[in-house]
Design a protein around this ligand. Structure first.
Ligand SMILES: Cc1ncc(COP(=O)(O)O)c(C=O)c1O
Length: 349
């Protein structure tokens, strides 16, 4: 069903896999599918390269764009695996719906993705932590600067090899003024504009020595919601706490997998609103043992400290952290090194 145009040459020989900057290098091919005349046309896989778009294309003016982030892993026997790809497929259509983008067909998504991965399989390196980051996205391509939903779109998948990376010590700032999302807004969608709008407040937080912001609810700034590209977990005593998803928070695949694993391993979990005050108090009393983010890029990202108003707090260094526990459990499932009790792995054959 998919039209495949192979690249005459490969860039792989000139790629240094020991020194990859995240998201900078792309594989030899990409998938492209256009929506015109009220339907998604036949997808094409072609050599990776620039696009030609009319300068008045809606995406440039009104940000009508959504995306996804997922990964492919290679096991010791060279088999290729995805992790819960159905969730990403459903989510790109949930996001798209909110942005008035027409639903993308499931068979095109999976067939395109699998053919692309098979074609570029040499870019997926073996070894725990190595992966291929997959970026599906949709943009409004219709020409014309009229502020309404476009009638033409482009769905694409591009792929970038990623190494196991140490993200450095992450300190976060609890947001007091800026908001990422509001009730009734687009926070739950992976809409491009959600990310662009975070850069300025994040730069301000960086000037204060923090790497990321933990966004709080837009109404009161009293409840902790999520980070820029990660859901967020707190361990108070031995209880794991995370905010419930809603229309302001992205329903992360890693988050929901951690919640399932926590239940499996009898870890006490509370999915409820988490107030800034309780976390500050728990930190002051020494009861806040851990904070970590969860997301496809780093799986689990430990947080070493946080700032709230003028105060800065450091978190203890734990031997037996939940962050390490969940990261190990998830990665072993992703790399086909552990039993897949919940049917999360998906083989690309
Ligand atoms: C805002 C936001 N929250 C959370 C996540 C984590 O989601 P997932 O675990 O599906 O990667 C992401 C990344 O996709 C994100 O962009």
């Amino acid at each position: 069903m998919i039209d495949i145009q192979k690249s005459p040459s490969s860039k792989i020989e000139n790629t240094n896999f020991d020194n990859l900057v995240f998201g900078k290098v792309f594989t030899d091919h990409m998938m492209e599918c256009d929506y015109v005349d009220g339907e998604w046309k036949k997808p094409v896989i072609k050599p990776y390269g620039p696009l030609t778009l009319d300068p008045s294309a809606r995406v440039f003016h009104y940000g009508q764009a959504v995306f996804e982030g997922m990964k492919a892993y290679k096991d010791k026997d060279d088999r290729i695996w995805l992790f819960r790809p159905d969730e990403n497929f459903k989510r790109i259509n949930r996001s798209g719906k909110r942005l008035a983008i027409p639903e993308f067909p499931k068979e095109y998504f999976f067939e395109g993705l699998e053919e692309l991965l098979k074609l570029d399989r040499n870019w997926i390196k073996k070894g725990f932590g190595n992966s291929l980051y997959i970026r599906p996205f949709v943009i409004a391509t219709e020409a014309g600067v009229s502020a309404s939903a476009a009638s033409e779109y482009k769905f694409m998948i591009i792929c970038s090899p990623a190494q196991a990376y140490y993200s450095g010590e992450v300190r976060v700032k609890f947001s007091e003024k800026f908001s990422r999302a509001a009730d009734g807004g687009v926070g739950y969608a992976k809409a491009a504009g959600n990310y662009g709008a975070q850069f300025y407040p994040t730069n301000l937080a960086k000037e204060e020595g923090f790497q990321q912001i933990i966004w709080t609810d837009a109404n009161s700034h009293e409840y902790l919601e999520e980070a820029g590209t990660m859901n967020i977990f707190f361990r108070v005593g031995d209880t794991l706490i995370t905010a419930p998803t809603n229309d302001r928070i992205l329903d992360g695949v890693t988050r929901k997998s951690i919640l399932t694993l926590a239940e499996e391993y009898n870890i006490d979990v509370e999915v409820r609103r988490v107030s800034v005050q309780e976390i500050v108090e728990a930190a002051e009393k020494g009861e806040l043992k851990e904070m970590f983010g969860s997301g496809t890029a780093t799986v689990v990202n430990p947080i070493v400290g946080f700032g709230h108003k003028d105060k800065k707090f450091d978190l203890p260094k734990l031997e037996d952290s939940y962050a390490t526990f969940f990261k190990d459990k998830l990665m072993k499932i992703q790399y086909n090194e552990a039993e897949d009790k919940f049917g999360w792995r998906y083989e690309v054959k």
